[in-house]
Structure formats: structure tokens, C-alpha cells
Design a protein around this ligand. Sequence first.
Ligand code: 13P
Length: 252
Amino acid sequence: MRKKLLLGNWKMNKTPAEAKQFCLDAREVVSYAIAHNVDIGVAPTFVCLESVVANKPEGLIVSAQNCSEHDHGAYTGEVSIPMLKAVGVDWVIIGHSERREYNGETSKACNAKIKAMLASGVTPVYCCGESLETYEKGETKPFVAEQIRVGLEGLTPEEAKKVVIAYEPIWAIGTGKSASKEIAEDTIGFIRRTLKESFGVAAMDIRILYGGSVKPNNIAEYVSQEDIDGALVGGASLEPDSFKGLVENLVK
Ligand code: 13P
């Protein structure tokens, strides 16, 4: 059985003081999620990680939004995996479409980062998803399959089981135009079959999230689907009330 996972991606929002306030306000809802056997976490900016680690409710997963594949050295502006671990962070989102678009991140670069994370015992949340143009051309499946194949190349089935995949169609991110549950399940089921080709039965243990305009009023539809194991949520994860709404609708 794959455990459900709700991960809030805060993107470039919140100061450390605001992040602390969120932690204080989210105590009850985090306990509630954990009591209902749901993994729950947030991904703050680098500068907020220490504040969240220091103030977080017990059991809240703290994830970074990116990392370097290198441990240290002349890489201006980068943050390494050992640095993240030193502040108590052992999850990292990798290959978000915004990083692919604005920072030129490729699936091959993600592959190097994922391997470095797995070697350090850090959980990667590897994002994939197609643009509106690719979707309209009907090329979603080959596009996403290539992102998965390149991103996870060279992993053993045991390693692949430790990766979380997030399918986020770019046309649904921050637009309020979420993919229907049928479209999300169709692509996510396809991703699982693609994973099966590389990793065999281990694919059945890999958690795959849907992301893209997930809100308290639609999260239940997604997680009721056979292959969808939770959600990666942007805007609706920022305020404690809305975060609570996501949890309540996910568990019911
Ligand atoms: P929204 O939930 O704001 O659409 O963002 C989705 C996302 O990109 C999460 O990583």
C-alpha cells in the first residue's frame, strides 16, 4: 500500500517569520494528517528552511525546492545536499517546470541530482509535465515518458522506490485550470506503466502525485484515483486554513 502524501510547494513566498507563523498555526492539522496515515510536508525557500525546522509540528516533512549535485565548491548561488542535511532537511523537489523554464534545468541534470540525493539518503520529488502546446498536439505521453526515462536513468529498482514523482501539467499550474481527474489518472497510470518497464514490480511502490491548481474542493477527486497517491500543491498550501482544507478533504 502506498501511503498518501500532501506536499505544499511554497515557491518564492514567505519570510522566515511568516514561515514560523505558518508552523505555529498548522500544528493541529499536521497531527490530524499524521493520525490519518497521511505524509505531510512543505517546501519553503532556502532562507526559510531553518525557521521551519525549528518551529515545525512533529512529523512535518521539510523539503527544499532545489539542490546542487555537488557537495561544495565554486558554484555561486547553489546549495548542496550536505548543507541541507546539516539544517535538518532530507527531501528536495527536483525538476519543477518553473526551474526547467527559468533556470534551464534539464532531465539529465535532474538525474545527476537525484543520484546524489539517493547516495545521501535524501528523498527526491521529481517533477514532470508537459506544456499546453505539447498537450494540444496530443504528445503528452511520449514527452513525459522521456522526462521519466532520462531523470531516473541508471537507478536500481530499490533506489527508484525511494523517489516520489510529481506529474504537473504546466497548463494547470497556477492557472486555476486543473486537469480533470480522468486526464490526471490517465497520464499518471501511464507514468506507472513506464516506470514498470524500467523497474518492474517496484513501480507499484513508487508514489506519484498530481499537481496543478489543486484546491481543497478538488483534492479528493484526484486522490480517489487508483494511481494518484497525493498532491503537490502551490497556491493553496500557503495559508494554514487552506492547507487544513486540503488535509480534511484528502482524508475523508
Ligand atoms: P498551483 O497549485 O499554485 O497550481 O502550483 C502547482 C505547483 O506548481 C506545485 O509545485
